[in-house]
Ligand binder design. Structure first.
Ligand code: HEC
Length: 287
């Protein structure tokens, strides 16, 4: 009895010390710390917005919209591929978007990928093949930085996974270039905010000034399926395409989830029945 009591007291004591210890820094900052001064650009900072109507792959019942993925690929090829690579995607993966093998082979051949001249062994560019991965637009980071005002355009294969709320982020970033709101600008400038020469204002980017110039404007490209190429449409399509590149098996994952839940419910039923069975003769009869 006394040992049990001592144990409980010791446990409570340790818990109290740990709780106190974990709250101490917070309490100290609250009492004595300076109020956290947010940098000037916070005046503009926006959370990513979802496109109107959301994405077809949102939610547990989501599905790819293949026409949209194909449009997004067109945006990537005609606009983004000039600066951004897609190194984790192979041409053959494009078959998942609904292209035939012959179409994919023809598509691959429209790219130049680094290769070797079989006769001299020198590095050359050759037409892409079915099994090649998307080539990087620049030979190395130095060249990439030199061509982009010292900023390196990141590879886009996993971009929607690398940013919080990635699909909506890419949509918002690409359609979100604006002039800064004059009222907010006045407040921010008091704190020393400016958009340096060569950078562009975009309230969705981490520090609202980024080195990528605005890319999308109405009717920049012509869609094969006749969809009107508004800025929002293209931004939504490229965001969907980059969601696919980052997680091509997303829909299978969601569908497997349903199957797993159904199986677990079934297994729970079985477990309950066997519990009933095993204990059937063992329980004391009620009098
Ligand atoms: C002229 C070259 C160029 C083109 C074309 C271009 N970008 Fe960029 N992009 C850049 C540069 C440079 C950066 C790095 C910006 C920085 O770090 O300030 C960047 C950064 C990005 C980022 C990362 C932002 C972040 O959160 O770090 C995304 C996403 C992006 N671009 C998407 C696109 C998409 C989608 C397209 C096609 C519609 C595209 N870009 C076309 C140059 C380009």
């Amino acid at each position: 009895m006394t040992i049990r009591l001592a144990g409980i007291l010791a446990g409570l004591g340790i818990t109290a010390v740990l709780v106190f210890w974990s709250l101490l820094p917070g309490a100290y900052n609250l009492a004595f710390g300076p109020p956290a001064e947010k940098p000037a650009y916070y005046v503009f900072k926006e959370k990513p917005k979802a496109p109107e109507g959301g994405f077809s792959f949102d939610g547990p019942m989501g599905k790819w919209d293949y026409a949209q993925l194909q449009r997004g690929y067109a945006v990537y090829k005609q606009v983004c591929s000039a600066c951004h690579g897609l190194k984790f995607v192979a041409f053959r993966n494009l078959e998942d978007l609904g292209y035939s093998e012959a179409q994919v082979r023809a598509e691959a051949a429209t790219y130049n990928v680094p290769g070797i001249d079989p006769n001299t062994g020198e590095a050359v560019l050759r037409p892409g093949e079915y099994t090649d991965y998307f080539p990087d637009p620049y030979p190395n980071n130095v060249a990439a930085a030199a061509a982009n005002n010292n900023a390196i355009p990141p590879d886009l294969s996993l971009m929607t996974k690398a940013r919080n709320d990635g699909s909506n982020y890419v949509y918002s970033l690409m359609s979100g270039y604006t002039d800064p709101d004059p009222e907010k600008l006045a407040i921010a400038q008091e704190k020393g905010f400016e958009t340096p020469v060569g950078l562009y204002f975009n309230p969705y980017f981490a520090n609202v000034n980024l080195a990528m110039p605005p890319q999308l404007y109405p009717n920049l490209i012509t869609y094969d399926d006749g969809t009107e190429a508004t800025t929002e449409q293209m931004a939504q399509d490229i965001a969907a395409f980059l969601t696919w590149t980052a997680e091509p098996k997303m829909i299978q994952r969601k569908q497997t989830g349903w199957f797993v839940i159904a199986f677990l419910i079934f297994a729970t039923g079985l477990a309950y029945l066997s519990y009933k069975q095993i204990w059937a003769g063992k329980k004391p009869k009620k009098k």
